[in-house]
Design a binder for this molecule. Structure first.
Ligand SMILES: C[S@@+](CC[C@H](N)C(=O)[O-])C[C@H]1O[C@@H](n2cnc3c(N)ncnc32)[C@H](O)[C@@H]1O
Length: 298
């Protein structure tokens, strides 16, 4: 399965339950949250009930239903209150969505909360795989040059960045063009051999002293008989909004670890200056030394 098909699969997995979970404006309900609450199948899902049963809003009608399972009033109240709980708690929605996907037999990593702060470096930011949600573009707007192999993914991303259809393994920019490069959950879409080309190319187009910022997930070794797709659910928090999303990719051949990415960076002449992990998700900051040899090799 190619990456563009993977994106479509994730969207189709998501759509019955939720769409973008943006903060409600003026208390307006989010359509995705409503559809979660109104989904009767969902109400029967024990795992999900376990996640919400202690919420005060939900506990009261649940207690009534334990005594009188057919009480229509308590059922209606429970549904309304579930909706309210989900409207206020995007992280809970994310956990529910994760459980629903797992119940469908999907291989879903634990949801991570990714806190994004504004990018303060000067100059242009090269955002690799910058289509889709376009998270980096949301943070740095017209300072971003978003490249993506998929025209459709770029078209779907919010306006702001300069968007160019380009393969990261063959960047058309001159060496030393960018102060900053970002890979926000784009390395996971590449095969192992492509990742080396990608990191070499990114190292080449960074200025001396420039930084590569990576957010990505570890992907365990695929074994025959397991799901073909692996999904990482994310709650991305920017200063402006919360975005509940998930990135899924055809699993076989996409195994990766933070360690392996660090090794690629070192081999391309980059120095790792920051390394953070949260479950399977990792964030790396790598710097191209100001006076170092150009070891990008391309
Ligand atoms: C999970 S999406 C990245 C998410 C995105 N950064 C965001 O903010 O939502 C991965 C992206 O990598 C792109 N991609 C896959 N292979 C690529 C390649 N060789 N060169 C450039 N982009 C690629 C895909 O088209 C996809 O849009």
């Amino acid at each position: 399965m190619e990456w563009n098909e993977c994106a479509a699969v994730v969207v189709s997995l998501l759509s019955p339950y939720l769409r973008r979970a943006e903060r409600p404006v003026d208390g307006a309900p989010r359509p995705g949250a409503r559809s979660v609450a109104r989904n009767q199948e969902w109400l029967r899902c024990q795992t999900i009930m376990d996640l919400v049963k202690d919420r005060p809003l939900v506990a009261a009608p649940l207690a009534v239903l334990e005594e009188r399972p057919d009480d229509a009033e308590a059922q209606a109240l429970l549904e309304t209150r579930l909706g309210e709980v989900f409207l206020r708690d995007t992280a809970l929605m994310g956990r529910v969505w994760t459980e629903l996907l797992r119940e469908e037999g999907r291989c879903v990593l634990d949801m991570a909360i990714v806190l994004m702060t504004p990018l303060i470096a000067e100059g242009y930011v090269l955002d690799v795989g910058g289509g889709g949600e376009g998270i980096i573009g949301r943070l740095a707007g017209d300072r971003v040059v978003a490249i993506d192999a998929s025209r459709r993914e770029l078209e779907e991303a919010p306006d702001g960045p300069l968007k160019i259809v380009m393969n990261v393994c063959d960047l058309a920019f001159l060496s030393g063009s960018f102060e900053t490069a970002t890979c926000f959950f784009s390395l996971m879409y590449l095969r192992a051999e492509e990742r080396w080309d990608a990191i070499q190319q990114i190292a080449r187009v960074l200025k001396p002293g420039g930084k590569l910022l990576i957010w990505d997930t570890e992907i365990p070794v695929w074994e025959p008989g397991t799901d073909e797709l692996i999904v990482v659910p994310l709650l991305v928090q920017t200063p402006e909004e919360e975005i509940l999303t998930g990135y899924g990719v055809s699993w076989e051949g996409r195994e990766q670890s933070a360690e392996a990415v660090v090794a690629l960076g070192h081999a391309a002449g980059l120095e790792v200056t920051l390394r953070q992990t949260q479950g399977s998700v990792f964030h790396l900051e790598m710097v191209k030394p100001a006076n170092g040899d150009d070891r990008s090799g391309v």
